[in-house]
Design a protein. Structure first.
Length: 440
């Protein structure tokens, strides 16, 4: 029996397994196995709306077991990949030992993690927008700063408490800034000690414009709309450090150093592949697995990669594709098709990709979209974003719940309760069991 092991429970991994289940449903000699650190698929495009309290946390997580019913699922963190011995090791937990799985075919879709570019102080003191825990942490932080500022008498301290800095002018940064600005505007009615003009939301971006990939007209519309809403955007500005109280910046045009005083910095300015891939023996470039036109790892037949961890080159430009969920799903479908072909003795097909468009929400009832060559802006783009992304939520029950959250947000005031939760514990390494079937 052939065993296909898929690593990663993000958009690429889940889509690949879904396609494999369809393509190999009649092949009883093939076993599909998925390994994911979490037992849910996180719908990341809606993370900023969780941070602003527009959507409830549980409504953007889909249990993987309800999506991939014909595959075997293991929850665990990948420790090591050995493509020579065709084995994958999984870390253990305090409750169970680690395991090792043999595979005949492997799909690496482990995604990426936040890249702080070696700035340790920034990593230690900043917030992120990558996981569900990050979104809840940001929301708690914003409400906590309002609570402290409401009774603060020192103007300098109050100014620092009420300054929120978002680093990164891409999709994640712009949508996060827009949602937080809306949250702050709605919450201020409950904080009589805070005046609206005292609250500042800043976006720092090293490039000459925000939202790279959009047309100059749409990017300019987004910037002007956000500035009118009270968000300050500083372009050609790089962050060189953050100690929890001051942001060290550098003007990339003049080289002049600067300082911004804030207690809250949200970092969305870069991602990097996970360390499991970086320390593997696969050929990598900038941490990503180098794959050929069939998305197969160079030098290791039967090993494929998709999503943020794969370095797939656009033949038209000679440059790697920009990492997006849309690209990850397209790669996953091609990988599944090529695996089906390889198992059944057919020729594999080259990966080709044509983006269908891109959209971004830039604030309450405002967005921009570039779809099928059309540039759309304002409330129509905002409505389009909601309809398209709602249709992409994998399960019907979650789509209904998200829609109800949006209706509730339109009718009622935002909830400003700060949720308390336990911090993340350090993971420990435990022994590895050689054969997973003996353990399970």
């Amino acid at each position: 029996m052939a065993r296909i092991v898929v690593l990663g429970g993000g958009f690429a991994g889940v889509e690949c397994v879904k396609q494999l289940q369809r393509g190999l449903s009649s092949n009883s000699d093939t076993e599909i196995v998925m390994i994911s650190e979490d037992n849910f698929l996180l719908f990341t495009p809606m993370l900023p709306q969780v941070a602003s309290g527009t959507i409830q946390t549980r409504n953007i997580v889909m249990p993987i077991r309800t999506i991939i019913k014909k595959a075997r699922f293991y929850e665990g963190r990948v420790k090591n990949i050995d493509p020579v011995a065709r084995k994958v090791s999984v870390w253990g937990t305090p409750e169970k030992r680690g395991v090792t799985l043999d595979y005949d075919y492997l799909v690496v879709a482990l995604g990426s993690e936040t890249n702080f570019f070696g700035m340790g102080d920034l990593e230690a003191n900043s917030f992120q927008m990558k996981t569900l825990n990050d979104a809840v942490s940001v929301r708690n932080r914003v409400i906590d700063m309002l609570e402290q500022a409401d009774n603060e008498t020192d103007p300098e301290v109050k100014r620092s408490l009420l300054t929120f800095v978002v680093v990164g002018g891409g999709f994640a940064g712009i949508e996060t800034a827009g949602e937080l600005n809306d949250l702050l505007a709605d919450a201020l009615k409950h904080y009589p000690g805070v005046r609206p003009k005292e609250v500042k939301v800043l976006v720092l971006e090293a490039l000459p414009s925000i939202l790279p990939g959009f047309s100059e007209k749409l990017a300019s519309f987004a910037q002007n709309r956000m500035v009118r809403g009270g968000i300050r955007i500083m372009l050609r500005t790089a962050v060189t450090g953050f100690d929890g109280n001051e942001v060290a910046t550098k003007d990339l045009d003049t080289g002049k150093a600067g300082r911004l005083y804030t207690k809250t910095l949200i970092w969305t300015a870069g991602v990097t592949p996970v360390n499991t891939i970086k320390r593997s023996i696969f050929k990598t470039e900038r941490g990503k697995m180098v794959v050929d036109e069939y998305l197969e790892a160079e030098g290791y037949p039967g090993v494929f990669a998709a999503g943020d961890c794969a370095r797939s080159v656009d033949p038209a430009t000679g440059r790697p594709y920009a990492p997006t969920a849309q690209l990850a799903e397209a790669q996953a479908k091609r990988v599944a098709g090529n695996l089906n072909a390889a198992i059944n003795g057919r020729s594999m097909k080259k990966f080709s990709y044509s983006p269908r468009g891109q959209m971004a929400v830039i604030g309450k009832r405002a967005g921009i979209a570039s779809v099928f060559g059309l540039n759309i802006q304002g409330i129509i783009a905002w409505m389009l974003w909601r309809n398209i992304y709602l249709s992409k939520v994998p399960t019907f029950s979650k789509r209904v719940r998200v829609a109800l959250d949006w209706i509730e947000d339109a009718v009622f005031d935002r909830d400003i309760a700060r949720l308390k939760f336990m911090g993340k514990t350090r993971l420990k390494e435990y022994g590895t069991l050689n054969q997973v079937d003996d353990f399970w």
